[in-house]
Design a protein around this ligand. Structure first.
Ligand code: ATP
Length: 338
């Protein structure tokens, strides 16, 4: 695992003080060790994803970083401040978008934001402009005067993201920001997050069960049973797990199999008229293949191991199992009751 090297690399490139530094962080609940001495660093402007099966310790970790839960051991600094000794400084510099909605349904979108601005001491002179800016960012400016109880689930999430950004935090924490939303709404929320990243210099720390969301992250930590079992870029994690699969259709499959063996030392297989084999860097290999195989190729495809393969390799479970868990349903049911 390339944990330490990957960390140092990103910090050196990003320059400046890290947005988050975690060292030996622990949390015990009675006899349950929810988080067992984890360590990592997040660079300014990075989108850092936390993945793991149910009960891995993701929420416990994010709660400690947000100062909502006191660590049992170790240290964590967020936006340059210690989460225990400088709790208020941490709070001023972070935005939260959590699983359980905390919007007031009887208030309009704009009133919810005004209330939050007062709570966070956003200067009166900038509040109106800032509210407009964040509402436009999540495409809710036109609906600002409507009560939140009339909003769809996706609109509420977007409003929560806008609220999390209102006081211009340096680090935005998103705890499963799209859980329970349909795929289109999830995709549109990611569009907004992407737009936000381009508009404001902000570090994003998020947990998710969804692999396609993990793909948006600059780096991912996979957590299992309170420990970080893998930490790297999505591409590096996939590369570690396995080689690329190359599939070719040729004018003469037997000759192609022989040429692959003789010229490249590759043992390929033939399945339903498709010659298939694995190489470390498929896209770089394809030009060589065309130049040197000596057999006509009519089609070629290269596929990478997916993050699902990575998750499976490190946790022994598929992310889909984790995704469709009873726990998610409980969260959804709890939301429905509100
Ligand atoms: N307040 C608490 N009291 C006792 N045990 C807790 C508490 N909060 C969490 N735990 C336990 O700590 C472990 C980690 O839980 P945590 O919620 O952090 O996991 P998670 O990775 O966020 O899971 P999920 O994906 O289901 O949200 C679990 O065994 C859980 O039961």
């Amino acid at each position: 695992m390339a944990t330490a090297e990957a960390d140092v690399g990103v910090i050196a490139e990003g320059g400046g003080e890290p947005a988050i530094v975690v060292d030996g962080l622990e949390k015990r609940f009675g006899t349950v060790e929810a988080v067992s001495g984890i360590g990592f660093t997040v660079a300014p402007g990075e989108t850092f994803g936390f993945l793991g099966p149910n009960g891995a310790g993701k929420s416990t970790t994010i709660n400690m970083l947000c100062t909502l839960l006191r660590p049992s051991g170790g240290t964590a600094r967020v936006a340059g401040h210690d989460v225990v000794a400088e709790r208020d400084d941490v709070r001023r510099n972070i935005g939260l978008v959590f699983q359980d909605p905390t919007l007031d349904g009887y208030l309009t979108g704009e009133q919810n934001l005004r209330f939050h601005a007062e709570l966070y001491g956003v200067p009166r002179s900038v509040t109106a402009d800032r509210i407009r800016q964040v509402l436009e960012m999540v495409a809710l400016w036109d609906r600002r005067g409507d009560r939140v109880e009339t909003y769809s689930g996706g609109m509420r999430r977007r409003l929560e993201i806008a609220r999390g950004l209102l006081h211009s935090p340096r680090v935005l924490f998103l705890d499963e920001p799209t859980v329970g939303l349909d795929p289109q709404t999830r995709a549109s929320i990611w569009e907004y997050i992407d737009r936000l990243k381009r508009a404001e210099q902000i570090t994003i720390f998020m947990t998710t069960h969804y692999m396609e969301e993990a793909e948006y992250c600059d780096r991912i930590a996979i957590m299992d049973s309170g420990r970080i079992v893998a930490l790297d870029t999505p591409a590096a994690l996939k590369a570690e797990v396995g080689e690329d699969r190359v599939r070719i259709q040729t004018g003469d499959d037997k000759a192609a199999l022989a040429a692959l063996r003789d010229r490249f030392g590759i043992e390929a297989a033939l399945h339903e008229g498709v010659v298939t084999f694995s190489v470390p860097a498929g896209e770089e290999f394809v030009p060589r293949l065309f130049a040197e195989l000596g057999v006509a190729i009519s089609s070629v495809s290269v596929s990478r191991p997916s993050l699902d393969d990575v998750f499976m390799a490190y946790t022994g479970t598929t992310i889909r199992d984790a995704e469709g868990s009873a726990n998610d349903w409980m969260k959804l049911a709890a939301r429905g009751r509100r």
